[in-house]
Write a protein that binds this ligand. Structure first.
Ligand code: ZN
Ligand code: ZN
Ligand code: ZN
Ligand code: ZN
Length: 801
């Protein structure tokens, strides 16, 4: 998804193998990115572009006039099944394929308003009703929609507007002959009911819900750093000869303190699975919900009621404002390139958008003066990323002359020595040009070159049609061949930077069936973005911070106490609780080009045994087994060896059984699922360590199964066992622990175990606050549970014990 599709990748690799050796050598030994781009892009032939065009055509990104009807009918089916979220998504797909001001688009919006109404999303419902009307909703269907509008307004307490609509409906429809008798009756009774509701609401009851007192302090930095935008004053920017730039604590930091809050300089929504047209056999229209249907293309906000771009079917936005902003900043250029951008992958798209956001002058100016210089240094001194020249260099020299103490210039800072979340900082992120293989560089260079040809064509078109933009801030494409070259070099640089510097923007999605009372969630990748300030943090496999996202904004919070002078570290992915040391080292070397030397890695290499969540135990005495391919018991009295392969295949068998049980559970066969799981539990305990992750998983699924049977006590017992495994693996204050405690709180809450529930809510809150701050959905839900429990009348038999 990040890189170009496989067909294009193998096509380019094939091409590379046929490039004459002399030219290959020129590219391999090229000193600058500019040279790499120049030599590679000159090899891009018209037939290569044709091949790429053919691949791009495989994606349905335009508006298909036959799709709206199809999606509306599919949506209606879901609506009948009372799957209103499913229906909403399908109507959204219908909307995105409709042209503005057509009956298609107005019908899709109107149907979506009905589904939103059933979901209780009254504000969104009202917006869709007015959209349906703007796009020419047919007169003959107005009545039902107006009743829905009145109903929304009444529910929202907008009584004057509601009364006006009721009056309009009465005068327009009550004496009409067009209504059938039955319809007339329904109208009368509905209007009557609505009027009563309005009257009820107009009588003040004095019990208005108190407005939530919002304490936004925790959402924002206590005190912003003067030298680093978006960072707190508790940290400072330093450079280290071996690790380059990093953030150091300037005072003692407590867990939960917000250290960085930064909006992505650029982010691109991961479209999710968008299968090429020919892949689907049943229909050319995909009915599955993708990220693109549920999240704003610009700000990444979750929405069930997006508005589509007028020109394509793949860009959808949370609001008209987001759509207009995106259009002005970059989508004007991207809109016709949808298929190509999907073929070339998210990284290429981020590279283009970053360059568009930089604006033309900046790309030209900054790339001309810095880019070649920077890539030169990369090649000559690969280890010293702190030696990259900065604009602040001269200033430092100046200060030295005046006898002031001089800090070494830090790359990415502006002439005043301030590091800001801007294009200059993005440009200074390291591309590691010399570390990437020549094939990879060739692939990136040719992908960018193909994109540049499209931009050139677009620029020609703009000039010939003399379509001058009315917005001075509007996205522009390069106008001269020299400009085009610097855009190409900038984009190539971004593509290479992204491998090490792209931040995966994640969100929690609820999993499990809709009926399940105990919710589970999993982290999903929503987008890729560049955050110049977050990028300053170095990696540790046992980090002291936690990163979370709201839309395209990242928050970095301390997850542990960080002493003054200690480095602030975050984990690039390979976390010690998820991978063994060898696997981590290998991943970090391959993707980030460094050898990790963090305490967890040092400790891991010293210790012979692997992590306990992956360990086997002796079936005879229960001691942990040790060794490589052949394992032996740690106790001296047992000498029988065991083969790792055999044990691993037993684990796989068990995993399959657990999968089967989960399937049974989804199909409502709870007793059979429990029976199967109890067998698995028995089996697992006989040869796996008590903290083995599979042992925990079995307990977790058992807890779900008992929750489905509403046997809260048994459910809680099993979840507590799962909790112990999670704690052993991830630590007592880990985010994983927070989610598990949240589930346990729900179970106690449902079982009316008041003291246990309150106790667990408190624990869960404490852990989740550290990672997410107070505005997290789970924390809000915990608080609701708490106030509900505290309001509970005392149990008839006295307080529960
Ligand atoms: Zn938005
Ligand atoms: Zn578009
Ligand atoms: Zn490490
Ligand atoms: Zn033994």
């Amino acid at each position: 998804m990040d890189l170009p599709v496989d067909e294009w990748k193998s096509y380019i690799l094939q091409k590379w193998s046929l490039v004459p050796k002399s030219i290959r050598d020129t590219i391999c030994t090229a000193e600058t990115l500019s040279d790499i781009f120049l030599h590679s892009s000159s090899l891009l032939q018209p037939e290569d572009e044709m091949f790429l065009k053919e691949l791009s055509r495989g994606y349905l990104v335009g508006k298909d006039p036959d799709a709206p009807l199809f999606y509306r009918e599919e949506g209606n089916k879901k609506f009948q099944e009372k799957d209103y979220v499913g229906a909403t998504v399908l109507y959204t797909k219908g909307v995105s394929h409709s042209r503005p001001n057509t009956e298609d688009i107005s019908l899709c919006y109107a149907n979506r308003s009905a589904a939103l109404f059933r979901l209780g999303q009254y504000e969104a419902c009202l917006k869709d009703i007015s959209r349906a009307q703007t796009h020419g909703y047919p007169e003959r269907l107005q009545l039902k929609m107006m009743l829905r509008k009145a109903e929304c307004l009444v529910t929202l307490g907008r009584l004057q507007e509601a009364s006006q609509i009721i009056r309009d409906l009465e005068s327009n429809f009550t004496d009409r002959q067009t209504l059938a008798a039955s319809q007339f009756q329904i109208l009368q009774s509905t209007l009557c009911r609505l009027k009563t509701k309005v009257q009820e609401k107009e009588t003040p009851t004095g019990t208005f819900p108190a407005a939530l007192t919002t304490d936004f302090e925790d959402m924002n930095l206590r005190e912003e750093n003067e030298r680093i935008s978006c960072a707190s004053s508790s940290v400072t920017l330093c450079t280290d000869p071996s690790k380059g730039r990093g953030l150091i604590a300037t005072k003692d930091i407590l867990p939960g303190e917000l250290l960085v809050k930064e909006d992505a300089f650029v982010s691109v929504l991961n479209p999710g699975e968008m299968p090429p047209l020919h892949a689907s056999l049943e229909s050319k229209w995909d009915t599955r919900a993708t990220n693109g249907d549920l999240y704003c293309h610009r700000c990444l906000k979750h929405t069930l009621a997006p508005v589509p771009c007028d020109g394509c079917s793949y860009a959808k936005y949370c609001s008209q404002e987001c759509m207009q902003q995106a259009w002005g900043l970059y989508h004007r250029v991207e809109c016709p390139l949808g298929g190509l951008l999907l073929t070339l992958g998210v990284f290429c798209h981020v590279a283009l958008r970053a360059t568009l956001l930089a604006r033309r002058e900046d790309v030209g100016k900054v790339t001309r003066t810095l880019c070649d210089e920077i890539s030169n240094r990369d090649i000559r001194s690969p280890e010293s990323k702190n030696l990259v020249p900065t604009l602040g260099h001269d200033l430092a020299g100046e200060r030295e002359k005046n006898g002031e103490t001089v800090e070494p210039p830090i790359p990415g800072c502006d002439s005043n020595g301030k590091y800001e979340s801007n294009y200059n900082a993005v440009l200074h992120l390291l591309p590691h040009t010399q570390n990437h293989g020549p094939e990879h560089k060739f692939l990136c260079a040719l992908s960018v070159a193909a994109l540049c040809r499209q931009l050139e064509a677009a620029s020609l078109q703009t000039r010939t049609t003399s379509l001058k933009s009315s917005q001075p801030e509007a996205a522009v494409v390069p106008a001269t061949s020299q400009e085009l070259h610097s855009w190409g070099v900038a984009m190539l640089r971004h593509m290479l930077q992204l491998q090490c510097n792209a931040q995966a923007i994640t969100t929690l999605q609820q999993t499990g069936s809709k009926e399940s009372i105990v919710t589970d969630s999993r982290q999903v990748r929503l987008a890729a973005g560049l955050f110049p300030v977050v990028s300053l943090l170095n990696h540790s496999c046992s980090p002291n911070t936690s990163v979370s996202f709201v839309g395209a904004a990242a928050s970095v919070r301390a997850s542990l106490r960080i002493g003054k002078g200690q480095e602030v570290l975050h984990c690039y992915g390979p976390h010690e609780s998820r991978m063994g040391v060898a696997e981590r080292q290998q991943k970090l070397r391959a993707q980030y080009f460094f050898d990790c030397n963090c305490p967890a890695c040092q400790e891991g290499t010293r210790r012979a045994a692997g992590p306990r969540w992956d360990a086997f135990r002796c079936p005879r005495c229960g001691e942990l087994m040790q060794g490589g391919d052949v394992l032996s018991c740690g106790s001296a009295s047992c000498t029988e060896p065991a083969s790792r392969d055999h044990l691993v295949s037993r684990v796989q068998d068990l995993q399959q059984q657990v999968g089967k049980a989960q399937k049974l559970l989804r199909n409502g066969k709870r007793e059979r699922a429990i029976q199967l799981l109890l067998g698995c539990q028995h089996d697992a305990e006989s040869f796996l360590s008590a903290e083995h992750s599979l042992v925990g998983e079995i307990q977790d699924v058992l807890a779900q199964a008992y929750a489905a049977l509403e046997d809260w006590q048994k459910s809680a017992t099993h979840l507590q066992r799962s909790l112990r495994v999670v704690e052993a693996r991830h630590g007592p204050s880990s985010v994983e622990m927070g989610h598990e405690l949240f589930k346990l709180a729900q179970i106690f809450f449902n079982g009316f175990a008041v003291p246990e529930a309150l106790n667990t809510i408190q624990k869960a809150e404490k852990v989740l606050l550290v990672h997410y701050g107070p505005w997290n959905d789970e924390i809000q839900e915990l608080q609701e549970m708490k106030s509900c429990l505290l309001d509970l009348p005392p149990a008839p038999g006295g307080p529960s014990v």
